[in-house]
Write a protein that binds this ligand. Structure first.
Ligand code: XIL
Length: 397
């Protein structure tokens, strides 16, 4: 009977977790801790209460930007050029909440580079001008990435000209906005251990053309072109207590160590933090804090650059769903804001009216996704409260 008892254990644990998830309390860190055998009250955790039991109460009516600023943290969000032109209610709300913006697409290669020989700064200029008008800091995103490369790239960029193409791009773009950019995502998503390349690099076009040196080159050229901007390495899947994320954290740490030891001008790590409401129980605050301390010990700051919470597979019920999403925001932010090296938080959009997840992670039931702080009517959701609470409880930096 002992055998069958131990055989049953994983199944029971799994069922229990499924039940919890179905009930909408899967993100309950205390309960997952019981199931997974982790400490139920890790440090930095605001609360181990279930999403259903949490009050999400917030005092006062200050904006997210003001609450973050009171702690020495910058809060902002991604915004697209098309919104600036079309949606004045949204932009007014954006300006109330945010102290910083990041162009969601306007500074990517596909937007800036109609051809190998030309640049089109029209969209990016509009976003930067909007920021200047409204006193918002600007993050540049992103100088080097394997995605969003224009159609001509594969044909026209070769081993012979790749270095010159990279230098020319980074130099031209960073110089144009020099002095107006708070921080640049110089290199985005260069690490992907699954691809089994040198130093866990992603087998991206840049890696294929230039090997691992392209990262260092991009940082050096960016620093020369805009000596005042903070320069970041930005990546995803660094958030959870899974083998995949742990391997990636280690690989990113090794990249950062190598860059620092070679005197490369890099100032911060960007955690994209595209979280999943379904996976919140996989957050391990102690492990995250240890990782962030290691990054900070290298003399680097940390930004949360693209925060949102996927609700693709969460219950259809909007109240339940909003609670799970809000709990995921609160647990994540309270865990990582315990580390004073974290100095900026940006959500990847502000309102459910515009989220990349409606296209990239739509729900099977056809209901609109609800991953952001404001709903599609621009009203605050529990996610807004959760972020506000995390800022209010964060230590000052
Ligand atoms: C996404 C945008 O939100 C979409 O509009 C676009 O179609 C594709 O890119 N990681 C990143 C961001 O660094 O640039 C991505 O943005 C989301 C994932």
């Amino acid at each position: 009977m002992t055998d069958s008892k131990s055989d049953n254990r994983p199944t029971r644990a799994l069922l229990r977790r499924r039940e919890l998830l179905w009930l909408g309390i899967g993100a309950l860190s205390g309960a997952s801790a019981v199931v997974l055998g982790r400490s139920p009250q890790p440090s930095g955790q605001a609360t181990a209460q279930s999403p259903e039991a949490r009050s999400f109460e917030v005092s006062g009516d200050r904006s997210l930007g003001a609450r973050a600023a009171a702690k020495g943290i910058l809060y902002g969000a991604a915004i697209d050029r098309s919104i600036l032109a079309d949606d004045t209610a949204f932009t007014a709300r954006f300006v109330q909440e945010c102290r910083m913006l990041v162009p969601e697409n306007s500074m990517k290669w596909r937007s800036l580079r109609p051809s190998l020989d030309t640049f089109d700064f029209n969209a990016a200029d509009q976003v930067v001008d909007f920021a200047t008008q409204h006193n918002l800091e600007v993050r540049g995103h992103t100088l080097v990435w394997h995605q969003s490369l224009p159609g001509w790239f594969a044909e026209e960029v070769t081993r012979q000209n790749a270095e010159q193409v990279l230098v020319n791009h980074v130099q031209t773009v960073a110089r144009r906005y020099a002095g107006r950019i708070h921080s640049w995502d110089v290199v985005n998503e260069a690490i992907q251990p699954k691809e089994k390349q040198t130093d866990d690099f992603r087998n991206s076009p840049w890696f294929k053309l230039l090997g691992i040196d392209y990262v260092e080159l991009a940082f050096r050229v960016a620093a020369e072109a805009d000596p005042n901007a903070m320069l970041l390495y930005n990546d995803y899947s660094l958030d959870y207590d899974t083998d995949e994320d742990e391997t990636k954290r280690n690989a990113v740490l090794r990249l950062l160590e190598r860059l620092k030891s070679r005197g490369v001008p890099i100032h911060a790590l960007g955690l994209q933090a595209h979280l999943d409401g379904q996976d919140s129980h996989q957050l391990n605050p102690v492990q995250m804090q240890r990782f962030l301390r290691e990054v900070a010990d290298l003399g680097l700051k940390v930004f949360v650059t693209e925060l949102d919470v996927k609700d693709q597979t969460l219950p259809a019920n909007v109240d339940q769903r909003d609670r799970i999403v809000a709990a995921a925001y609160e647990d994540y932010l309270s865990a990582i804001l315990a580390e004073p090296a974290v100095i900026a938080v940006l959500t990847w959009g502000l309102s459910d009216r515009y989220s990349w997840l409606s296209e990239f992670k739509p729900r099977e039931d056809g209901m609109p996704v609800r991953p952001l702080p404001l709903d599609d009517e621009l009203q605050p959701k529990l996610a807004w409260n959760a972020i506000a609470r995390a800022f209010d409880q964060a230590p000052r930096r």
